[in-house]
Every structure is written in structure tokens, then in C-alpha cells.
Write a protein that binds this ligand. Structure first.
Ligand SMILES: [Zn+2]
Length: 299
């Protein structure tokens, strides 16, 4: 019995040594070295109560990703020609599933990659403005939505949704009919702790005025990070709107040397006069902010 006990004790010591070696190996090579590259949940977005806001470089277009511990939200999908770039970015992060995909309005520089998104990833819900558009890109998106069989939510102002502790509110479109397609843009406010981010799509001054009228006195527009409306065009970012939003950061999603001359000098001057920190995807590539509930910091 004593011998057996001794033997099992030796076994115990051997097991302890194996564990110790594994731990040391882990310190040097990371846990992939021990477990053969298998991670618990490769699509686990973020941990430690962190939320990330990615403004993804898709050239002259928009695409943003919000990552929370409980899932991801995509806002716009860039152009047809930036599909591969967007897919590579999402794949590198390990995205496999989207809680929400929001396609702000039917212009190609926002929904160009929508069919790729729906055909590649599991999309649980799509948020759209109630506006159809006569284009092949729009048709492809609608076909892909139908094939995905996901829930389709029409954007209406004041509608809220949550992913984990991240609260989102749809602020616009407020009217049901506009002459300019850009004004159908779904505008989303995302709040996490003290951090708030305003995603404006290509909403122009008409939509900005409606938002001012509806929300100004509620303080709803006050945010830390503003995704500059319409790629920094002078159709958007009216002084009155900026005065209500009072952002610290303005992120301009724009392509280098674009034919629209975005962002407009006048708008940059307006941001500079307000001492906003200006971040541009044409100069910096993709831009990421993180927060654990306090002030957002740029990665
Ligand atoms: Zn656009």
C-alpha cells in the first residue's frame, strides 16, 4: 500500500511538472502553443468590459463596426470595390456573426458590400430606412437579405436596441419622404458608460435641422465622437448641429484624392475652430476607439 501510495505520489509530482512546463510554455509561446491553436471562442468579440468603435478604411465610403462582449454591430458596408478590403478586416478580427447590420441609405458607397456581408456572415437583424432604390447594388442587397432570412427592422426615430450594455438609439430619419436620398440616412447614437458616438451616415442639413428640432433640448445629440456626416461634405456638419453635438473627435470616412473633394475645406475649418480632434481614414487608414465605460481613447 505504501509503495502504491508512493507511486501515486510520484505520479502526482509528474503531473505537477507537466502542468508547470505547460504554464511556462504558455508564458513564452501563448496558449495557442499548448492547446494547438484552439481558442475558447474565436468569435468572442472583446473582453474586460471593453467596447470598440472601428471606422474601417473602405476608400470613398462608410463602414463602421462596434464590438461588445455580447456581439458586433456593423454600420454600412463600403463600396462594391472595397468588399475584399472590408472582408479582410472583419476576418482578421474574427467576426463571424453580426447582431445588427445597419445599412444607412441605399447609396453604393454605403451598401456596396452589403451582399458580401449577408452572404459571408450570420446576420441576425438588419436595420434599413424605409426607402427603395433603383440600382443593381440595392437589388443585390435585398436579395441577400431575403436569402439570409434575418429580421428586418425599418428605422423609426426613438427606437432603441441593446447589445449587452451598449445602448443604441435611432435618431433619424424623422420624416417619411425626402427629395435627397442622403437624408434617408439612419442616424444612430451609441452609448456605453460615459462614451457616446454619433453615426450620421450621409444625413444632410435638412435631417440635421429635424434632429435639432426634435432632440436639442433633451441633450440627445451631445456626443464624444461624431462620424462626420457625408464624408465631411459641406452639405452636412452645419454649425448649429455641431453646437448641439459638441464632439471631442470628428472621424471623417473618406477616400484619398476623391472626385467629390471631400472633406470640404470649409468644414475642416469649422471643426478646427471648435478645436475638434480630426481623424481621417484617407490619412490614417482604419481608426479605432476603445472604452471601458469612461472617456474613449484612440488605439
Ligand atoms: Zn456616402
Amino acid at each position: 500500500m505504501a509503495k502504491r501510495r508512493k507511486k501515486s505520489k510520484a505520479k502526482g509530482v509528474a503531473a505537477a511538472v507537466v502542468v508547470l512546463i505547460a504554464v511556462i510554455a504558455g508564458l513564452f509561446f501563448g496558449k495557442d502553443a499548448i492547446f494547438g491553436g484552439i481558442t475558447d471562442n474565436p468569435s468572442a468579440p472583446v473582453s474586460g468590459g471593453e467596447v470598440q468603435f472601428h471606422f474601417i478604411d473602405v476608400g470613398q465610403g462608410d463602414a463602421a463596426l462596434i464590438r461588445t462582449e455580447k456581439g458586433d454591430i456593423l454600420i454600412d458596408a463600403g463600396t462594391n470595390s472595397s468588399e475584399d478590403q472590408l472582408k479582410a478586416y472583419l476576418d482578421k478580427l474574427g467576426v463571424t456573426e453580426l447582431e445588427y447590420a445597419i445599412f444607412t441609405h441605399p447609396h453604393e458607397d454605403h451598401i456596396g458590400g452589403a451582399d458580401m456581408i449577408l452572404n459571408t456572415y450570420t446576420v441576425k437583424r438588419v436595420i434599413l430606412p424605409d426607402k427603395e432604390h433603383d440600382s443593381k447594388t440595392f437589388e443585390r442587397m435585398m436579395d441577400a437579405i431575403e436569402a439570409e432570412k434575418c429580421e428586418v427592422i425599418m428605422a423609426t426615430p426613438d427606437k432603441t436596441f441593446k447589445v449587452g450594455e451598449l445602448n443604441c438609439t435611432i435618431l433619424a430619419p424623422i420624416s417619411t419622404s425626402y427629395t435627397e436620398l442622403n437624408n434617408y440616412s439612419v442616424v444612430i447614437r451609441a452609448d456605453y458608460g460615459e462614451t457616446s458616438v454619433l453615426f450620421t451616415g450621409d444625413a444632410e442639413t435638412h435631417s440635421e435641422e429635424e434632429m435639432l428640432e426634435r432632440y436639442r433640448f433633451k441633450g440627445t445629440l451631445d456626443c464624444d465622437i461624431l462620424k462626420a456626416g457625408h464624408h465631411g461634405s459641406d452639405t452636412s456638419s452645419s454649425q448649429a448641429f455641431l453646437d448641439a453635438v459638441t464632439p471631442v473627435h470628428a472621424v471623417i470616412s473618406v477616400g484619398e484624392g476623391n472626385t467629390y473633394d471631400h472633406p470640404k475645406q470649409e468644414i475642416l475649418a469649422r471643426y478646427e475652430a471648435m478645436k475638434l480632434e480630426i481623424h481621417r481614414t484617407d490619412k490614417e487608414g482604419s481608426i479605432v476607439f476603445t472604452t471601458t465605460g469612461g472617456e474613449p481613447t484612440k488605439k
